[in-house]
Ligand binder design. Sequence first.
Ligand code: F0G
Length: 476
Amino acid sequence: MNRRTWAEPFKIKMVEPLRMMSPQERERAARAAGYNTFLLKSEEVYIDLLTDSGTSAMSDRQWAGLMLGDEAYAGSANYYHLEEAVRGHYGYKHLIPTHQGRGAEHLLSRMLIKPGDVVPGNMYFTTTRAHQELAGARFVDVICDEAHDPLDESPFKGNVDVTKLRALIDRVGAKKIPYLCLQCCVNMAGGQPISLENIRATSELCHAHGIRVMLDATRAVENAYFIQQREPGCSRRSIRDILLETCSYTDGCTNSAKKDCLVNIGGFLCVNDDELAEEARNLVVLFEGLHTYGGLAGRDMEAMAIGIGESVQQDHIRARIGQVEYLGDLLHRAGVPIIRPVGGHGVFIDAARFLPHVPRDQFPAQALAAALYVDSGVRAMERGGVSAGRNPDTGQNIFPALELVRLTIPRRVYTQAHMDVTAESVISLFKEPERVVGLRFTSEPKYLRFFQARFEPVEGEGVLRSVARAASGVGV
Ligand code: F0G
């Protein structure tokens, strides 16, 4: 890849030193964390690719914006700046700030779902589905089949399968479907985008049946970049223009501002409907805070307003996605099985193919994430059987088609050498996969178990056999 096409459009003004540890120290840390990368201390991590959520580096403008925080309880000036930024970039009529994305999901599910309802979506996201289920709905996946095939090179693997959606509406009836949840750059599918054409067709079908379409706009800016690069007729359009069109087909959105909007905390709910906005403003007071701050400090809203403006700049988004593609290309060229095409926010390793000797009930992705940490201090995240949880009716483990390790790239944080170190470590494990040992639960929480579950290796001393040989050069 030609680096000039994506080189960073910023320079570094402040650094955060990192601690280097040996593989043996890391094996001890991994054991203490129950081989769950969520339970590691950040200080024990060298390159933190757990998530792109709330991990962005803010710009000097955003930091300056923090100093302009108006911390009034009601009617903060920063709220009005945020409202202007959200209207100008996402286009919705009403803004209800929340402490993060799941706060918005909670309000939305509570307002619209009745027990026994069905909520279709283009694959699920963990917190989104959990809130739908808590409100009494059943989630039904209507994503296209290509999304489940890691090798399929289709450009828009996040698309809704409109035939599946139509069949669902015929089967359960539109009255049982309060809304469809449409996710941009589908996280669990590997950050795969959805096309404008598909968004249009999906919302036409829903609206014809009186079903609302609610966008999960968390990565809608990254989605807009893929539309610009891949969808016929869009190459000359600005990211902002594509983003506005994306939102224009929908009735509102939930958004975790911790991703595209380049802040460390924040989120929002948007709706166009006046009555629904009224109800959301009533509810937000109970669960988050007054409707002009929604659980955020004024300064957080100011940083978010500035971040939204920066997020749609062409240089920024090109470098952001370019860095992810750079890491993906290094792994792909070495033969590592990853989800293709490389998605927007990270590189997703197909752990089932990477570790063919580890059966699904020994959680290959969980084991690979733990082994990668022990090898090089790179912290990744499991997105497979552990994240999928259990079937609420049968209590059986769900083993989704995709058993993935996510190398999630924070925005504007790591350098190309960090990407190189990550690739070296993954490739070294790929050359000797039998060194990685499967895991079993030692404790399993009831909700969103992947966050706090603990494991032990099914045999031997650790998750990576003969750690001493793991001298991959980092922290040794
Ligand atoms: N929707 C999507 C698509 C997400 O990826 C997330 C969070 C949320 C909603 C919830 O937002 O965390 O602000 O409450 N994803 C993070 C991740 C946690 O690591 O992928 P939140």
